[in-house]
Design a protein around this ligand. Structure first.
Ligand code: BES
Ligand code: MN
Ligand code: MN
Length: 460
């Protein structure tokens, strides 16, 4: 199989580049046509790889691409999930090379080169590994599991229509395990398998003061300024210990045992390098927890955007009528995103002074998720990583969210294996996103090993 990958290396890369050139931005309706193009592209490549019945399933939003290869009903079935949509590339001026013109450059973490493009790592590069891994297994007659593919186009905007698709296609999606490459490993020489994802509750608030923008000299000082008020309210959402003050926020948080915390802390991590990479002199967060714990096993609250008043060129002396913020919370087991959204809404209204009116609305959310390490899925992932990297992988807990994963468990009764190959430093969602060429090919090499070990553990 390695020979096949080696002799098709350039073609695999060329195809990925072609895929990355399609600006499949799900959040922005101007790219609706490109979303369809990306779906068509991946469908065509799935057919070429040897999968059957590749189809584009329309939804009320962006389409889902589905394909399968059922060779023998006695074999276990792997359902591969991933997303072909990407985050908006803005701010464009911060990219060193154009986001939809893939360019290879070396970086300290990627001495063998990395592909710079929006979606290179999250998640087009990673789903393409699966397409090429399946092609490789089929060409070498080593496909030892049935496979179903489900690539969606709305992961970056909340997976609303995938949820409906899953509920309506329970039979079609029947499988033994879900395999997802949309997360990270610790480093290219330190393989790891993520065993959890955080949930998410995404809110938007609107604070209204006077019924119109006012002259800040004529009225300033006498009428509450909603931008000032909102800033104060936001500041009060954390206490001096970095704890979120929303009433009831921590009530359902399951504390980890000392053993669990110690074992996660045993994974290599260098806080100095971490700070240097981000160019910050100090880290910050909830007292009593380490940097990694703060970014994985603990819930958080962050402002994602804030606006109001005059932000154009020059100055304008205005007392604005309205102020807004987008606020998201990352959640951990057993917090429930709908309950947390309600708690936030109540709390935010309760802390508003009588000088303003407050509106709170909900965007989207998802539940937190954990993979049981004693399952054959996790064991297969572990063995595959160990065999491919020549080193035992480290279990880690991820800080990001893939909201649909908890829904898969609820609706399909299936656990997901987080089998990602990116690095946290690959600038996902940021300018200059990239994906290591090493990582891309390592993924293509490791995925068939998962199939092999999953088949063996399933039968044994
Ligand atoms: N692939 C990421 C999630 C991720 C990244 C998990 C790194 C673990 C490590 C995914 O595409 C993503 O960005 N999810 C969003 C959630 C969504 C509702 C916008 C997130 O985590 O913000
Ligand atoms: Mn992703
Ligand atoms: Mn993402």
């Amino acid at each position: 199989m390695k020979d096949y990958i080696e002799s098709n290396k350039q073609r695999f890369l060329d195809e990925l580049f072609e895929f990355l050139r399609i600006p499949s931005v799900s959040a922005d309706s101007r790219f609706k046509g490109d979303m369809l193009k990306a779906a068509e592209y991946i469908k065509r490549r799935l057919l070429e790889a040897g999968l059957d019945s590749a189809q584009i399933c329309p939804t009320e939003g962006h389409p889902i691409v589905y394909a399968e290869k059922i060779t023998d009903l006695a074999l276990p079935t792997i359902l591969v999930y991933g997303h072909y949509d990407v985050q908006p590339a803005d701010p464009l001026e911060l990219w060193d090379t154009p986001p939809f013109e893939p360019t290879v450059k070396e970086t300290p973490a990627h001495p063998q080169g990395a592909i710079f493009a929006r979606g290179a790592c999250d998640d087009k590069g990673q789903i393409y590994m699966h397409v090429k891994a399946i092609e490789t297994m089929m060409a070498n007659n080593t496909l030892c599991c049935n496979v179903k593919i489900m690539f969606e186009g709305e992961e970056e905007v909340g997976s609303e229509h995938l949820a409906t698709f899953v509920k309506e296609n329970r039979e079609k999606l029947k499988a033994d395990i879900i395999l997802i490459s949309d997360t990270s490993i610790i480093a290219n020489d330190i393989p790891s398998v993520e065993t959890g994802l955080r949930g998410l509750a995404y809110m938007e608030v609107e604070v209204t003061g006077p019924n119109r923008d006012l002259h800040s000299g004529v009225y300033g000082g006498a009428v509450a300024n909603p931008v000032n008020v909102l800033s104060k309210m936001i500041a009060s959402l954390h206490d001096a210990y970095g704890k979120v003050t929303v009433k009831g926020f921590y009530d359902k948080v399951k504390e980890l045992t000392v053993e669990e915390r110690d074992s996660l802390e045993a994974a290599p991590f260098d806080e100095e390098i971490y700070k240097k990479d981000l160019d910050v002199d100090a880290v910050s967060g909830e007292a009593g927890y380490t940097t990694r714990e703060r970014a994985s096993i603990r819930p958080t609250l962050d402002v994602n955007g804030i606006w109001g008043g005059y932000i154009g060129e020059g100055s304008k002396t205005v007392l604005p009528s309205k102020a807004f913020a987008k606020i998201s919370m990352r959640l951990v087991p057993d917090q429930d995103w709908e309950e947390i959204s309600d708690l936030f809404t109540e709390h935010f209204k309760a802390i508003a002074p009588p000088t303003v009116k407050v509106k709170v609305s909900r965007h989207h959310g998802g539940q937190p998720y954990v993979t049981p390490m004693d399952s054959i899925g996790y064991q297969a992932a572990y063995k595959a990583m160990e065999e491919a990297f020549g080193q035992k992988p480290v279990p880690t807990r991820g800080g990001g969210s893939i909201p649909i994963v908890a829904l898969f468990e609820k609706e399909l009764g299936l656990k997901s294996i987080l089998f990602g190959f990116g690095l946290d430093s690959d600038a996902l969602h940021s300018p200059n996103e990239h994906y290591g060429i090493f990582n891309f090919f390592k993924g293509i090499e490791t995925i068939p090993l998962f199939y092999k070990h999953f088949n063996q553990l399933y039968n044994g």
